[in-house]
Design a protein around this ligand. Structure first.
Ligand SMILES: [Zn+2]
Length: 332
């Protein structure tokens, strides 16, 4: 399986998600609709560095040639004034891309639906909504700050129905769980609901922001199903434990889906010297090895100073403890 094939599938899955979110009828697959902007999708896939612009162009071309997708809007050919040869008809301005019926059907093969529309068991339901949370996480937006950010999606479900969804970056600077509960469902009773989140909810945020765990407790959700625990060993599991202690049942995604979340977030989880991120949009924790700096660093300014080889700002206080390669943890 080539990189381009992989990317084609990812784009197709995104388009299916977008199509479903638009609540359009099947006729839209034949007649066309305004899908996501080509520039935005390209930026999303190329920002992380996993795919190049060439990969993206080839993947999109492959989808168009297979008649899985089409682009728009359509505009009339612009003929050169006075030319003897006049073209009639329409051409695509290639501003957005949308799914065609053939593409919609092809995508089903990649992400098989649960066997029954109404899941018969809790495990089936968990799988279905965990899948949805991952689809949502894939919509997370890049922040163009040169740092990897986690891909986080959250889905709120009650009585088998999806009440709301959210992804990191949907409301800039806010975590997916916060957006799902407070921005998208501020006046809906979520008591007793299950929240599916691809990353363990955070327990610490810079005031006045409230940690997602506290919001979940306050809104009295009954159950939280988590994709992966926080990648930082020192805070890993704290969110889950706090929910448990508050009487909220917790569970983890099925293993294969958890691995998919892990894979999606590898830029964040596999870079030990990079800021480790808890839960969502903002970088919460920055940890830098003392061995590299001989003292703890205090924030992003220091981090970028280090990255650029400059001296860190003198405002950081020297808090010397015992020597050696200790790590420090600082909330931003
Ligand atoms: Zn959070």
């Amino acid at each position: 399986m080539s990189t381009v094939d992989d990317l084609s599938k990812e784009i197709l899955a995104d388009l299916v998600h977008d199509f479903r979110a638009k609540n359009l009828g099947s006729d839209a697959l034949s007649n066309g609709y305004e899908g996501p902007s080509i520039a935005a999708i390209g930026m999303k896939y190329c920002a992380e560095g996993q795919y190049s612009k060439v990969d993206f162009d080839l993947a999109l071309k492959q989808l168009e040639e297979s008649k899985f997708v089409n682009s728009g809007p359509m505009v009339p050919y612009e003929n050169t004034p006075g030319s003897q040869l006049v073209f009639m008809g329409m051409r695509s301005k290639r501003e957005f891309v949308y799914l065609k019926e053939k593409g919609y059907k092809a995508a089903q093969k990649f992400t098989p639906k649960p066997k029954s529309a109404a899941p018969s068991s809790g495990a089936d339901a968990d799988r279905k909504f965990a899948r949805l949370a991952i689809d949502e996480a894939r919509k997370s937006l890049p922040e163009n700050d040169g740092r990897p950010h986690p891909w986080v999606g959250a889905v709120v479900v009650k009585d088998g129905k999806v009440l709301g969804t959210a992804h990191r970056g949907e409301v800039p600077g806010n975590h997916a769980e916060f957006v799902a509960l407070e921005k998208n469902l501020p006046n809906i009773a979520v008591t007793g609901a299950t929240v599916y989140t691809t990353l363990e909810p955070c327990t610490t945020r810079t005031p006045p922001k409230i940690p997602c765990v506290d919001r979940l407790i306050e809104r009295k959700v009954a159950r939280v199903v988590i994709g992966i625990l926080d990648p930082d060993d020192r805070i890993r599991g704290k969110g889950q434990r706090k929910l448990s202690n508050a009487g909220i049942e917790t569970a983890l995604f099925p293993h294969d889906l958890a691995m998919e979340v892990e894979e999606l977030n590898r830029a964040v989880t596999r870079r030990p010297d990079h800021p480790a991120v808890d839960c969502g949009a903002a970088i919460l924790f920055l940890h830098v090895r003392r061995a590299d700096h001989n003292r703890p660093l205090r924030g992003l300014d220091d981090y970028s100073a280090h990255a650029e080889g400059r001296r860190a700002t003198p405002t950081a206080k020297r808090t010397r403890k015992s020597g050696g390669a200790r790590s420090t943890l600082r909330e931003i």
